[in-house]
Design a protein around this ligand. Structure first.
Ligand code: NAD
Length: 280
């Protein structure tokens, strides 16, 4: 029987800690706002944006919402980002992805000043992570490190397999595990013998983006399993990339879906905002 890693509880702890920190910073005259930009009205994006605003309200920082119409041009969006870059009170800028097809995401990400890039997607933030310099770290992978540390799971010296090489999860995740001194292997769609490779892992991090793909044959007895996936199954119930009920009896610790990795992303976004306010 695995220990269930409770992301809901851990994310709440982090938000409580941040709330306290924000009030201490306020007492020192340090305040700031998070600007959240949404282009179009994708319903899933609207839910994420609302959750981010609520989290800001909870920890006590201001959020500025920019809800732009679908037909907003790239130029208009870049102009808004430039204004926010120049605004001294705005300490974090977040553009909700995906963007409509006529806007180039790379151009938008590059336009955000790296010291306000609280999503950690700017090439400078990613480069800083690669060479171990200071910079904002992508929120979902940073949240997974917190889940492991706050569950007293040792990382140094462990064999870690990360399934997935996306820019927002797989790659930064692998770099963070390396920074924590794990021995890291990245698996992807061209990897041979995925089950065999995964069975070598002490810590298996699954960000494959395929519902209930990883079963018992991928998991070594006693491994820690982190499930990043979020999907709705045929019955409209949330599920992850891992077959939870099959893997849970083998693992020593596992994240559930929902209530595992998911809540950590926003907590770490708030952490990045507070860091930005602190650094002034
Ligand atoms: P993605 O689709 O960009 O990447 C999936 C990766 O899996 C790719 O790099 C691909 O090479 C690899 N892959 C695909 N098929 C494979 C196979 N058969 N064998 C080995 N590797 C294979 O997805 P993503 O953006 O990295 O997200 C992954 C999952 O995490 C999705 O379910 C997404 O919804 C979820 N997600 C959750 C959060 C959160 O806050 N919990 C945040 C971001 C993403």
């Amino acid at each position: 029987m695995a220990a269930i890693i409770d992301g809901k509880k851990i994310s709440q702890e982090i938000k409580e800690e941040l709330k306290e920190k924000v009030s201490l910073l306020k007492a020192q005259g340090k305040t700031g706002a998070l600007a959240v930009i949404q282009v179009g009205a994708d319903p899933a994006s609207s839910v994420y944006v609302r959750n981010k605003k609520n989290a800001c309200a909870f920890i006590g920082i201001e959020s500025l919402a920019y809800e732009l119409p679908e037909e907003t041009s790239e130029e208009e969006l870049l102009r808004l980002i430039e204004d926010l870059n120049q605004d001294g009170q705005v300490k974090g800028i977040l553009v909700q992805l995906p963007l409509p097809a006529h806007i180039c995401e790379d151009n938008v990400i590059k336009a955000i000043r790296p010291d306000k890039d609280v999503d950690g997607f700017h090439p400078q933030s990613v480069g800083a992570l690669v060479i171990g310099q200071k910079g904002f770290v992508s929120c979902t992978p940073a949240g997974i490190i917190q889940l492991l540390k706050r569950s007293q799971i040792e990382i140094a010296g462990k064999r870690c397999v990360v399934i997935g090489r996306s820019n927002i999860v797989g790659k930064p995740m692998s770099l963070l595990m390396l920074r924590e001194h794990a021995t890291v292997t990245i698996a992807h769609s061209k990897t041979k013998d995925l089950p065999g490779l995964c069975r070598s892992a002490d810590i298996l991090i699954v960000a494959i983006g395929k519902p209930r793909f990883i079963g018992a044959e991928y998991v070594k007895e006693g491994a820690v399993v982190i499930d990043v996936g979020i999907h709705r199954d045929a019955d409209n119930k949330l599920c992850g990339d891992v077959k939870f009920e099959e893997v849970e009896p083998i693992a020593s610790a596992i994240t559930p879906v929902p209530g595992g990795v998911g809540p950590m992303t926003i907590a770490m976004l708030m952490n990045n905002c507070v860091q930005s306010i602190e650094e002034g």
